[in-house]
Design a protein around this ligand. Structure first.
Ligand SMILES: Cc1ncc(COP(=O)(O)O)c(C=O)c1O
Length: 402
């Protein structure tokens, strides 16, 4: 996004602020659709957890996306954004049967990821079709915290437990309309996707009434110039051939489903924060910003890389900095990073701030959450206001202790 535009937004709306490029979100959606144009029935369900602002959900709906949700609250947000219930998939992990039944009442698709709930659900609701999340036991993902398809993962029903799934179906007469996997995030190697897909195809053969196969997500995006990304075009070509062949063998044109989060919104996001203090110590120069891991937790949480540029001195002579936040714990965004010379008051821009950034914010240290702005077709829209002390107190009850 243009540096001057970002500076204008920082001035107009104040820092810290998240800025999203709506046209980039659209073009990523289009790119994935194009990569799988050889599939007769394709469904892309945006993984809402990456970024749940209702205006972003609306934008994706306009583009024809469905929604992948992991909590009843995400389902409600999706409905609020205008998604039809049949375009929403509920893929929770470890939630109660009551929460799943709430989703059923709202008319959304259900994805079940453990045998206990499968049996209880099938016994009570044999006529409501469900999808089943399989754990293919494939180690994939850019970091252990985001690798979820391996043997020690809490997600999905083990592929080796297929006989038990079939027994539950037989006993309860429940309907299974889909089969699903999601092995992790930031998967670069398309061979990993293809290998896991083969396991899913093998499992799918055992279910006679499928309507779709959901391959989850995990596409890696570039985090800096020259960085590698998943080749979705090559994956599209190879998986399309295999999927179409599977459908032929299965005797039915199934829908191929993906549920990307990062791929659609990561690169479209920019986080702008102001430098409060430049502090020299015996070993480094710190740039302390008006933000912290309460606003962008990924570097502290799983060591993720966010490229940082000084948009107040764009293209200026570079020096080495450690960029830190104001939270009263270690709060490091970047160590010993080359950034254009920083002065107090400058605006720093964090790239790849669309996915798992605002959606993981908190009010830790009683700080307000940042504002969010959407730039779409050259128009600037404020899509979330800065919080105020009223928001912090909103649900608190001050009791009379006298
Ligand atoms: C079930 C499920 N589907 C999709 C996603 C989206 O993954 P990504 O953001 O890597 O595309 C996630 C992310 O954790 C997930 O848990």
């Amino acid at each position: 996004m243009d540096t001057n535009l970002l500076l204008n937004i920082a001035q107009q709306h104040g820092c810290p602020v998240y800025v999203y490029d709506g046209n980039k979100i659209e073009s990523q959606f289009q790119r994935l659709q194009d990569a799988f144009k050889g599939v007769k029935k394709l469904k892309i369900n945006y993984a809402a957890k990456a970024l749940t602002n209702i205006s972003v959900l609306k934008l994706l709906k306009k583009k024809g996306s469905g929604l992948d949700t992991v909590s009843i609250q995400e389902v409600l947000l999706g409905l609020e954004a205008g998604f039809a219930p049949e375009d929403i998939m509920f893929t929770p992990n470890g939630v109660s049967l009551e929460e799943i039944e709430e989703a059923v009442k709202l008319g959304v698709h259900i994805n079940i990821d453990n045998l206990s709930i499968l049996e209880q659900f099938g016994t009570k609701h044999p006529n409501i079709p469900v999808c089943i999340r399989i754990n293919p036991h494939v180690m994939a993902g850019g970091n252990s915290n985001i690798s979820v398809g391996h043997i020690d993962s809490k997600f999905g029903i083990s592929v080796h437990q297929a006989p038990h799934i079939l027994r539950i179906i037989e006993n309860t007469k429940m309907k299974v309309n889909g089969i699903h996997m999601h092995t992790g995030s930031d998967i670069l190697d398309i061979e990993v996707f293809l290998y896991a897909s083969e396991i899913l195809f093998e499992t799918a053969k055992q279910f006679k009434n499928l309507e779709f196969i959901d391959f989850g997500s995990g596409f890696k995006v570039p985090y800096k110039e020259g960085d590698l990304e998943t080749d979705v075009e090559e994956l599209g070509e190879k998986l399309t051939v295999r999927f179409n062949q599977f459908c032929k063998e299965y005797g039915k044109n199934l829908t191929l489903v993906f549920e990307p989060g990062k791929f659609l919104v990561s690169q479209a996001g920019f986080f702008l924060a102001k430098v409060n203090v430049v502090k020299q110590t015996t070993s480094t120069v710190f740039a302390g910003i008006d933000s912290g891991f309460n606003h962008l937790i990924r570097p502290m949480f799983y060591n993720s890389y966010h490229h940082i540029t000084n948009i107040s001195n764009y293209g200026g002579k570079e020096r080495f900095y450690s960029v830190v936040g104001y939270i009263c714990e270690t709060d490091t965004f970047a160590s010993n990073r080359k950034i254009a010379e920083i002065s107090e008051g400058d605006i720093l821009c964090f790239h790849n701030a669309g996915a798992y950034c605002f959606s993981m914010t908190s009010n830790y240290n009683s700080r307000f959450k940042p504002a969010e702005v959407l730039v779409y077709n050259d128009k600037i829209h404020l899509i979330r206001k800065h919080e105020t002390i009223k928001d912090l107190l909103h649900n608190q009850v001050m009791v009379d202790l006298d």
